[in-house]
Write a protein that binds this ligand. Structure first.
Ligand SMILES: NC(=O)c1ccc[n+]([C@@H]2O[C@H](COP(=O)([O-])OP(=O)(O)OC[C@H]3O[C@@H](n4cnc5c(N)ncnc54)[C@H](OP(=O)(O)O)[C@@H]3O)[C@@H](O)[C@H]2O)c1
Length: 219
């Protein structure tokens, strides 16, 4: 596994913008793609304060060791089509299979967004990660990354090599990676992500209150 990776960001909104920025600050080379304006992608690249550039989804895919998929479920087909052939690529997805008005999951119980994604890109190696964390806490976790206790972050996937790479990335930005098992475990982590969002945005206390997902110390 390479220490410094080339990472393509497919979807440069709240999650893609922040995660891409943190990946760049952690020493990876990042290409931001897929926003409604090129100016936004260029601004993200400028402000990432690392090795970062702006490009098309095809640019992001071409040179990357790993792709982060961070678009609304309704945009997945479009961004994948623009990205082109992803055979052999590691695709880490934080995208949840939400309906158009973001009130519920369109895939649940007997499958998951992650598994549906794996069927859309059969040659790619899909890992589900980052969707259980509100974007608002990402910079805070990164700033505290040298502390002994780190918040846990569950990831899952079927390919051992891509999971190892995803775990390194999770560690690089300040979380303690927890291997949840095969990709079908996303059937549980995706509803958990909704619970966390519910606590974060609809209960008093905000994202920090929702994200008390910390390692327990042994007494
Ligand atoms: N936000 C969170 O805290 C959070 C937490 C867990 C999981 N998730 C999941 O992560 C995924 C991304 O969420 P997000 O909050 O980052 O979404 P977002 O802020 O809406 O970002 C999505 C990106 O897609 C771009 N986009 C949308 N329509 C487009 C179009 N027609 N052409 C080109 N680009 C287009 C947006 O462009 P603009 O930048 O120009 O708007 C944005 O960069 C979702 O599946 C969500 O369920 C989010």
């Amino acid at each position: 596994m390479r220490e410094s990776m080339r990472i393509g960001i497919l979807g440069s909104g709240l999650m893609g913008g922040k995660l891409g920025t943190l990946f760049a600050r952690a020493g990876h080379e990042v290409v931001f793609s897929y926003a409604r304006s090129d100016a936004k992608l260029k601004r993200l690249a400028r402000e990432a304060k690392g090795k970062a550039s702006a490009g098309t989804p095809a640019d992001a895919a071409r040179a990357s060791d790993l792709l982060l998929l961070a678009v609304h479920w309704s945009r997945v087909d479009d961004v994948l089509q623009q990205a082109g052939d992803l055979s052999g690529k590691i695709v880490v997805s934080c995208s949840l299979p939400m309906n158009a008005d973001d009130t519920g999951l369109v895939i649940a119980h007997t499958s998951s967004g992650a598994e549906a994604l794996a069927q859309k890109v059969p040659g790619a190696r899909v890992v589900s990660a980052f969707n259980t964390v509100p974007s608002e806490v990402l910079f805070g976790v990164y700033a505290a990354r040298r502390k002994a206790t780190k918040p846990s972050l569950i990831y899952c996937g079927d390919d051992a090599g891509s999971k190892k790479t995803a775990a390194k990335l999770i560690k690089d930005i300040g979380f303690d990676p927890v291997d949840g098992g095969p990709l079908r475990i996303a059937r549980y982590t995706e509803p958990l992500a909704l619970l966390i969002a519910q606590l974060a945005y609809e209960r008093p206390g905000g994202p920090e209150l929702a994200y008390r997902f910390e390692r327990f110390r042994k007494e």
